[in-house]
Design a binder for this molecule. Structure first.
Ligand SMILES: Cc1ncc(COP(=O)(O)O)c(C=O)c1O
Length: 358
């Protein structure tokens, strides 16, 4: 094979998309079960007809920047828009990482961090954080002192474990590091805390948000960063021009006007999460972990392939058993009550059979 490609790319497995077909209940990608309401889809489909599709959209949608700035009580210049927050994460690495630079993260965490760290030939310093345990702040600050990382990646609530990192710890990291503390709040709407107010104190803090979860917009791809202007100004230079298409711009604006509806859906999903977690705890042989997001990490007996058994019943969960420290673990996203009940009844049935047979 001619060496067109970097060694790091040749050795890469790439992102593998979880199964999307042949299911009764899809609880594997932390999406919202609530689709955008039909009346809004109709209104937006009508509105797109009167736009000029032959023209480029305004670069960096000033109107979205303004609305998001209002939402978070920051200036519009502090917002960077992306075609999903994953695209912005790539922008961040393009803007900050040269081969060999250090990136610190605390696996098990979002799989894309590792993928992009590899693609950009960064040196990954991984400090393990077992599910249900506090953020290993001492080890991370020691590693910061030793390696002077360009980036420290913190996901809170963390995918796939569901745990949160205290804001006091975020402050400690910001003070300890000369590099950027990247704080991924993809599930921020499900949590009681946001690090955004800390931006007033720390210029090396960068927060990532997405419309793919609470805002029901995974299919359209929209996310954004919030940071201090000194940081967002540089990121904007590297970001892909016109990355927000006309339709996404229109829909995201309209959904921001509908925030009350989104918040009611979030309240429903949080209630479901707590109900499902309590019910799972009562199932013999199942261990769950506290979650501040719209999903629950759980584990069954080591010799039981819960992912495939659930799949046979038509239930898709996310198999996270290949992540560090997560052998035998699965992650289930919260759906509607009936979907969650089907999952719970099936899991109970599977475990009943298993316990009876052992
Ligand atoms: C922690 C975290 N960050 C980012 C994303 C991706 O978000 P987006 O759809 O905006 O690219 C996900 C999606 O699963 C996630 O779990």
């Amino acid at each position: 094979m001619p060496d067109y490609f970097k060694q790091s790319v040749l050795e890469l497995h790439g992102y593998s998309s979880p199964p999307q077909r042949d299911y009764k209940v899809k609880l594997n990608q932390n999406e919202s079960p609530f689709d955008v309401p039909q009346y809004l889809k109709d209104e937006l489909a009508e509105a797109i007809k009167s736009l000029e599709w032959n023209r480029y959209p305004l670069n960096e949608s000033p109107i979205l920047m303004e609305k998001l700035a209002q939402r978070h009580n920051v200036c519009p210049e502090q917002i960077v828009l992306g075609n999903g927050s994953n695209q912005l994460f790539q922008t961040l690495l393009t803007a900050t990482i040269a081969a060999g630079d250090v990136v610190i993260s605390t696996p098990p965490t979002f799989s894309l961090y590792d993928l992009y760290t590899t693609i950009y030939d960064a040196k990954a310093v991984n400090i393990l954080q077992a599910p249900g345990t506090p953020y290993p702040v001492e080890q991370v600050t020691d590693a910061i002192a030793k390696h002077q990382p360009k980036l420290v990646l913190v996901c809170s609530p963390n995918n796939p474990t569901g745990g949160e990192t205290d804001l006091a710890i975020v402050e400690q990291l910001c003070r300890a590091s000369q590099g950027i503390i990247f704080f991924d709040e993809a599930y921020g709407e499900f949590s009681e805390h946001s690090a955004i107010p800390l931006l007033k104190k720390y210029d090396n803090l960068l927060i990532s948000r997405t419309f793919s979860k609470a805002f029901s917009l995974a299919g359209l791809r929209f996310g954004y960063f919030v940071g201090q202007e000194s940081v967002t100004r540089q990121l904007r230079k590297v970001n892909i021009p016109y990355n927000i298409n006309l339709f996404t711009e229109l829909v995201a604006q309209r959904l921001l006007e509908n925030e009350a509806e989104m918040l009611a859906q979030v309240a429903y999903l949080k209630q479901e999460r707590d109900r499902v977690a309590a019910a799972m705890c009562r199932i013999d042989g199942i261990i769950t972990f506290p979650s501040a997001a719209n999903f629950i990490l759980f584990k069954g007996p080591n010799d039981l392939d819960l992912f495939h058994i659930l799949k046979e019943y038509g239930i898709l969960v996310r198999d996270v058993s290949s992540y560090p420290l997560l052998a035998g673990h699965q992650r289930v996203s919260m759906g509607f009550k009936e979907e969650n009940d089907f999952f719970l009844e099936t899991l109970e049935q599977i475990m009943h059979k298993y316990v009876g047979a052992t």
